[in-house]
Design a protein around this ligand. Sequence first.
Ligand code: ZN
Length: 271
Amino acid sequence: MSFCRARFVPSTALWLAVAATAAHADGSTTPAGSVAVFGADPARATVIAAHAEEVRLAAYSQLLGESQPRPWAERCAIHVHATAAAFAAAVGGPPAASRGATSLEFSGERVVSRRIDVMGDGSETIPDALAHELVHVVLADHFTAAAPPRWADEGLAILFDAAGKQAGHEADFRTARERGLAFTASDLLTLDLYPDDVRRQRVFYGQSAALVRWLIARRDAATFIRFVADLQKGDAGSAFERHYDLDMEAVFDSAWKEVPPIQSLSFSISR
Ligand SMILES: [Zn+2]
């Protein structure tokens, strides 16, 4: 199972962040493009960077409706870790189940630092958490005034995970629902920090992905993105009525009964 910690940080540490990025730049094995890969040999880094660009374009196109996004002038640093200890040291000790983390820093409404840490210990060339983390980075370009709600941010990122991972999240949610342990509408929508308890984290990820899939299937991704932006401005009930013509509690009642199949939305990326 894979969790991640997407951190949106106002740029109080802007200059430190820029300095840190510059110091690392010499060690990058990918000289051009929107990402810089660290911790992989040049051949692997080239494959990872190409895949990252493919995911970046897909996320921009499918989630934000932008088919030709500009390259990131502040390149996204992708740090590939060979061991859990190296990963934990880099991101500050996440839960043991975590395989990816994203850190973003803003100056006003501009992203000035993008960093992804991923486990790269398996036999696969491309780290399994990479696509998920890149979606967080792409969304940050759109939600510049404030971070998107946790459930929406994680739910959208999970739609870019491999089918097996998504199925695991779905199973977690279905089990929780059967046991009466799913989040209430208000609890899920207002959750700001990740749950401390690992079991609650699993429910949170599974339920968030299920709700995002259901809402996108009901309309489309563009509507969902506008809905999330509205959520940040006002109350959730009004946003549900305006964009989905549904009562919020009714959405929660219905969503859990007819969640679309995994990868029904064509968000899968070729590998
Ligand atoms: Zn995530």
